[in-house]
Design a protein around this ligand. Structure first.
Ligand code: SRM
Ligand code: SF4
Length: 534
């Protein structure tokens, strides 16, 4: 099976339980588990295998599960949003949803006895949770304004859906790709601003034009073209983990859009068959690329693909700063607008979700999108409806013009629901931003990302200021603290930030952040601003 891990004895414990019973086998056992109840379930089924159908046991809130959807390109309909709202509504105070850093939605408070009904409801509106956790490909991200943005280079929606259909057998589950050595992230950028963070994905496609040449064939029957041809440069191996974080590196390959699905398949086959299954801390794709070198990896992908890859285009088209899509923007379709609403730390309750669905239906086309910044976009609002849309009371909470820190705040789940967390994140992040915005004035947004532990789900390495949860000591006591990351750059010339300060107790963080904001991001104390202006 693998170069690096072929013997059963060297397999890690996850590989052993996967070999005993495939994760997807769980799909046919949901009724049984619902009848049995979570306490009587086999622990491996409950804690691990259920993740193959997107159901996560939460040791922090036993019996109240989390469900992770798949949301290709972050797009859902108002009917789908209403179904998600109905599901969380039945759990009262336990029920809520989170928009995730992979342009996706997770539901909370789920009881196992309700799973058969929930899956039926999902099926009826075309929602799936399949293969969204454990050793599977995560939600595939695409440009959040695909098909709306006049400046886009490629509408990523169809390709993202095709990749998901290939990987999951149209949502039914696909055993070919349900036993990878580890998780795997795929993204396609369609615009000029790298809205998907291509650099932090195991496999990403970045827009690039290549000069036509008679040396390469476009396909049977297609005319050779002199003008530059649109395609994607491929980058591979980007990932974050507690042990190591790396930006993706070029594969030195350029492909046409119609080859994207086949390349995903080829790369995943190589990873599936050769990635390490011995040490789980060294199983992500980059470790295999390190071991082989990128040339050998590329050759292996070509062999699976059954054809050679062209070398990368000399430059890619990512030449804009990253947009956050908050606000109202003209679409490429005359007379239509999209509105980006800020959802503080991505947290939604049932009534919010019903309201978002209603707004999308009344003012737009019923479509809703979510972003990797944990916000939403409502597209297709006509010029004539826009003024009334802007008077909707939901926009007071989910603003189109929030404060310059609130606007870019991102936070992972943290201790409220995640047992890996070293600190509470979402509520603390909100309180901190409120206090800082009360004391300071800003001229530009500052992107602050919180993550509760070194797994880095909240991507502190891409932030202007990244805060990673840790435990720290003060006056002989162990306290919740953060390591501070800085220098993360997104969009054009994206690169990862690094840790600049370790172990700041959360209780001492506000003045530290205030100082960083003043010294590095041009923030001013409100008192000072008043003196200067008077
Ligand atoms: Fe993550 C594990 C939440 C994006 C790196 N992540 C987890 C678990 C499943 C751990 C657990 O079982 O409790 C968390 C579930 C907590 C909960 O109840 O919500 C969790 N990860 C999240 C989410 C919800 C954070 C958020 O608030 O948005 C994101 C869900 C995305 C999705 O829709 O699928 C999420 N996780 C990420 C990202 C960001 C990204 O993909 O851009 C990363 C870093 C990028 C990467 O993976 O390369 C990330 N999560 C991890 C890791 C470290 C992976 C590794 O190779 O070591 C773990 C731990 C693991 O897999 O062993 C992890
Ligand atoms: Fe949980 Fe850590 Fe991921 Fe936050 S970063 S969701 S605390 S695993």
């Amino acid at each position: 099976m693998t170069d690096t891990a072929t013997t059963t004895t060297s397999l890690n414990k996850f590989e052993k339980f996967k070999a005993q019973k495939d994760g997807l086998a769980i799909k046919s056992e949901i009724e049984k588990f619902a009848a049995l109840g979570w306490e009587a379930m086999d622990e491996t089924d409950r804690d691990h295998r259920l993740k193959w159908v997107g159901v996560f046991f939460r040791p922090v809130t036993p019996g109240k599960f989390m469900m992770r959807l798949r949301m290709p390109n972050g797009i859902l309909t108002s009917s789908q949003m209403s179904v998600l709202a109905q599901v969380v509504q039945r759990y009262g105070d336990d029920g809520c949803a989170d928009i995730t850093t992979r342009q996706n939605i997770q539901l909370r408070g789920i009881r196992i006895e309700d799973l058969p009904d929930i899956f039926n409801r999902f099926h009826a509106v075309g929602l799936t949770t399949i293969q969204s956790g454990m050793d599977n490909v995560r939600n595939i991200t695409g440009d959040p304004v695909a098909g709306l943005d006049a400046d886009e280079l490629y509408d990523t929606r169809e390709l993202v859906q095709q990749i998901q259909d290939m990987l999951t057998n149209k949502g039914e589950g696909n055993p070919e790709f349900s036993n990878l050595p580890r998780k795997f992230n795929i993204a396609i950028a369609g615009g000029r601003d790298n809205s998907v963070h291509a650099e932090i994905n195991d496999l990403a496609f970045v827009p690039a034009f290549k000069e036509g040449s008679e040396d390469w064939v476009l396909g049977a029957g297609q005319e050779f073209s002199q003008s530059p041809i649109f395609g994607f440069n491929i980058v591979v191996g980007g990932f974050f983990s507690a042990k190591r974080c790396e930006a993706a590196i070029p594969l030195n390959a350029w492909i046409l859009p119609e080859d994207v699905v086949a390349v995903c398949r080829a790369v995943l086959e190589v990873f599936r068959d050769h990635g390490s299954r011995a040490n789980r801390q060294k199983s992500r794709l980059m470790w295999l690329i390190d071991e082989w070198g990128v040339e050998k990896f590329r050759a292996e992908v070509e062999s699976r693909l059954g054809k050679s890859l062209l070398s990368a285009a000399a430059k890619d088209e990512i030449d804009w700063e990253k947009r956050d899509h908050i606000g109202v923007y003209k679409q490429k379709q005359a007379g239509l607008n999209y509105a980006g609403l800020n959802i503080p730390v991505g947290r939604l309750y049932a009534e919010d979700m019903f309201e978002i669905a209603r707004l999308a239906e009344v003012y737009g086309s019923g479509e809703i999108r979510v972003t990797v910044e944990q916000n939403i976009v409502i597209p297709n609002i006509s010029d004539s409806r826009l003024a009334t849309f802007l008077t909707e009371s939901l926009l007071e909470r989910f603003s189109i013009d929030p404060g310059l820190l609130t606007r870019s705040l991102v936070s992972c789940t943290g201790a409220q629901f995640c047992n890996f967390a070293l600190i509470e994140t979402k509520n603390r992040a909100l309180a901190m931003i409120k206090a800082l915005e009360e004391d300071l004035t800003f001229t530009n947004p500052v992107r602050i990302h919180w993550t509760g532990c070194p797994n880095s789900c909240g991507q502190p390495q891409v932030a202007d200021i990244g805060l990673m949860g840790t435990k720290t000591r003060k006056n002989g006591k162990t306290l919740e603290g953060v390591d501070i990351y800085m220098g993360g750059k997104v969009g054009k010339d994206a690169h990862l930030g690094t840790c600049v300060t370790k172990g700041i107790p959360c209780e001492d963080l506000q003045p530290v952040l205030q100082d960083l904001l003043i010294k590095n991001f041009g923030a001013k104390l409100k008192q000072e601003a008043l003196v200067i202006n008077s």
